[in-house]
Design a protein around this ligand. Structure first.
Ligand code: SAM
Length: 208
């Protein structure tokens, strides 16, 4: 094998290629440990994924991203830093959350700067709606959390409305600046633009 092929083979170890698109991912096989799982939805070029993985070595981080170039960048960085607790997968978020995450398997989801689709005729393309929130709640462990950040005030209000409409599945909890900034967040902060944040805890229902 030449040097480039060897490098690509090493980097590919940081990407998850689901063996079966009809079966949930098995995290203890992917990460070879039982650390808590955090999922970055729309991980972009992987800044958050990599910095969070380095900051919290006892948590596993999975990035979900549909653009090939961004997935490649993220896995390259994870490989260079030898981050055993970081993986990225090239998938549609909605499909992955619904069909590839086992119930009660994820400790935290991070949804940072989801595409806002500002034109009214494109609003149906937005990720967050009732069905999506229900799928998120299903994949979360009983005390699991969803952390949301956006620069788009109108989408933020729509997310708040969607949360209110899903029968008390989530409760709002105080934000904490525990995590590194994402790529978009860094850009927006540099321009002093407002960022809207929500930290939601899954409401556990006691069995009847
Ligand atoms: C605005 S960027 C934010 C990237 C990163 N979260 C950040 O804060 O820097 C949104 C990212 O989500 C990805 N994305 C949007 N919709 C997606 C979907 N349905 N499935 C997978 N990735 C998606 C985009 O390709 C893009 O990389």
């Amino acid at each position: 094998m030449d040097a480039i092929t060897t490098e690509l083979t090493e980097e590919a170890k940081y990407e998850v290629f689901p063996p079966d698109l009809c079966q949930p991912l098995v995290f203890c096989e992917i990460f070879e440990n039982d650390f808590p799982i955090e999922v970055d939805l729309g991980s972009g070029s992987g800044k958050f994924l990599i910095d969070a993985g380095a900051r919290f070595p006892n948590r596993n981080f999975l990035g979900i991203e549909r653009l090939l170039g961004r997935v490649r960048k993220a896995r390259r960085k994870a490989c260079r830093l030898n981050l055993a607790n970081v993986r990225v997968t090239r998938l549609e978020i909605d499909y992955a959350v619904r069909y590839l995450l086992s119930p009660s398997s994820v400790t935290r989801f991070h949804l940072s700067f989801p595409d806002p689709w500002p034109k009214r005729r494109h609003h149906s393309r937005r990720l967050v709606n009732d069905a999506f929130l229900r799928a998120i709640a299903n994949a979360l462990i009983p005390d699991g959390e969803l952390w949301v950040k956006t620069d788009h005030i109108e989408y933020f209000h729509q997310i708040e409305k969607a949360i209110a409409s899903v029968d008390c599945l989530f409760t709002q909890i105080p934000w904490e600046d525990e995590y590194p900034a994402t790529d978009f967040e860094t850009e927006f902060m540099a321009q002093s633009l407002p960022i809207y944040r929500l930290r939601l805890g899954k409401v556990s229902r006691s069995p009847k």
